[in-house]
Design a protein around this ligand. Sequence first.
Ligand SMILES: C[S@@+](CC[C@H](N)C(=O)[O-])C[C@H]1O[C@@H](n2cnc3c(N)ncnc32)[C@H](O)[C@@H]1O
Length: 240
Amino acid sequence: MTGMDMLNALHIQGDETIAARLEKYNELVMEKNRVMNLTGIKDSGESLIKNVYDSLTVYDARYFPQGGSLLDLGTGAGFPGMILAILRPDMQVVLMDAIRKKLRFIEEAAEILGVSNVTVVHSRAEDAARDGAFRDHFDVVTARAVKSMPVISEWALPFVKKGGIFAAMKGPGAQDELRDASGILSLMGTRLESEKECILPSGEKRVILYLRKNSLTPKRFPRKAGEAERKPIKAVRDKR
Ligand SMILES: C[S@@+](CC[C@H](N)C(=O)[O-])C[C@H]1O[C@@H](n2cnc3c(N)ncnc32)[C@H](O)[C@@H]1O
């Protein structure tokens, strides 16, 4: 599958330069992956589908405003953040991760590709969310394969501006995860705006949950580093 095939398959507008950069980024990830553990996927064709195409599934022009700001939390090797930065050069994109070496790779790759709208931030989400430059700031926050919904919601939502969107990339269990997160979502003044189901060309099901944040984050969130994972705020399940 080429970069252009992927854009067409997902009905995303993009020119040849964007399509070529998507392919080239995948090549750079694969090249670096031989000497450093960036992604568990070792085959280039498989990575195009499971990393690049999968990253593109989160894109919905309605939630990514012209000239807006985007944070990809727990970006790892830049998925989906770097793919979205390539797709939308007008947006200011911050890629955050707690592991520095992956961010160094992203900086090098951005330089090679001439992608100038990305900034990397080395931090735990729980710490960066206390920084006034980031808190209640971003039009859209994305996260793929970082943590379960109750945890990632507590980490990601403090970064979203009032009225902005958290796009959580999930698998077939998205509905259960959403139910589990209902407690933290309501504490954060956040509601499900829409959801999208996609089947990857490899056959796997993906579900994107688009959550709208309607109020500023209460001061006590996120709790201190590690606390959301140790004691996630879960919904009380009906035991029928
Ligand atoms: C399984 S990887 C997924 C990477 C990428 N999003 C992807 O889908 O390929 C999870 C990433 O989340 C990062 N991470 C975990 N906890 C974090 C935290 N508290 N703050 C920031 N990043 C975190 C890890 O360092 C890791 O790179």
